[in-house]
Design a protein around this ligand. Sequence first.
Ligand code: AMP
Ligand code: MG
Length: 437
Amino acid sequence: MSRLLYLRGFEGILVHGGKPLIEGLRRSLDDDQAPRVYHPVMISVQEAERIVAQHSPSSPPVPCPLAKAQGRILREEIHADRDQPPFHRVMMDGIAISPHARESGQTSFLIESTHAAGAPPLRLNDPTACIQVMTGATLPEGCDGVIPYEDLSIRGQQAELNPGLVLKPMQWVHVQGADRKKNERLLAPGMRLLSPQIAILASTGRTEVRVGAIPSIAIVSTGNELVDIGQELEPYQIRPSNAYGFHAALNRAGFDRVDLSHARDDRSAIRQCVEQALSAHDVLILSGGVSMGKLDFVPEVLEQLSVVPLFHKIRQRPGKPFWFGVAPGGKQVFALPGNPLSSLICFHRYVLPSLFQSMGEPMRRHEQVLLGEGIGATGTSTLFIPVTLKQGIEAIPISHHGSGDLSALAESTGFVELPEGPLHFEKGTAVGYHRWN
Ligand code: AMP
Ligand code: MG
């Protein structure tokens, strides 16, 4: 099949079997940020992933108060504002002694003074005496090691070492600059800010940090059968549960500007909803209306609205009819099939990673788990199978009644990805795993 496709700003591109016939043009397009070639045939999961990644627009870096930065994607390099640790830090409560005393094998010490964390640096005056030190204090000048309380006994002002101790220079001292030197890099752009990264930022005194702006997202559920929660419904109607699942996953990931709406299976209703969503939001996610049904108008309406289709249909089960395109200005449009398993799986497999990529996070490697049971496959599609993860590694497949069986997901923790090709996957095979957010 050949097809002539017009992309805004370009001449027509003749594509054949998903490949452009004019390779030179393809190369010039690949160098550009503009939408690329529409694939009129089913593509692989990897190809779909690559196309979505190539069209994940970069959100601008924005300042964010440190207290609100958890889960955000770092967009600047963070350097040590001073040596880490910034001084020779005492690592144990005990006594600090001089190198002279250590080398001479002295075992009994007069306690000259006590030195707590946060106190200005102190000096040992008598090299045969010691200073009581607390964890976090500076190592007193004139000392080169700490003996913990566990290794000594104290009577009055006298400290006695336990017999047989072997002392090393700088023992129990966290040496200044041992972890990082001043100006060395602590955090790299693209990191997700979880508790360790936030703590590192705080250790440098930052009150604000530059992170990827959070895109605003419109979710449009399509379908005449959908009646929102909180309203009466007829026996032949259902709830728009997909939208609530997406919303929950987005919420948990920190996307705080998410708008939910509904369009009936009617060209003008869909058109109106899409126009409104694209004018007010950065990303559009649709559910339903992308299959072969007589009322599946979503791809047609999107194309009428100049959303450039990049693919429709992926060699995967469930979720084959997934449609993806880019609106004028580069806004991503994800049109997911309506069946609940298809929708949630496509959302977690493609949409959520792409949103994080937009905010500056590099593509992550998929988690690997081991199949808890052998599974037969067709060989012609990637299979996504809901599973319950046991002991953090063993994926037990969940039996279900097809991609409409939402109830089956109740006990699931995520889904595994079985690549196209093999006709059988042995129990114990390592496979990709995607956890529900
Ligand atoms: P569609 O992709 O529009 O052909 O829908 C496929 C199936 O998914 C139909 O049984 C729909 O009723 C169901 N469905 C569509 N949208 C939703 C939704 N938002 N939540 C739950 N089920 C849906
Ligand atoms: Mg529908």
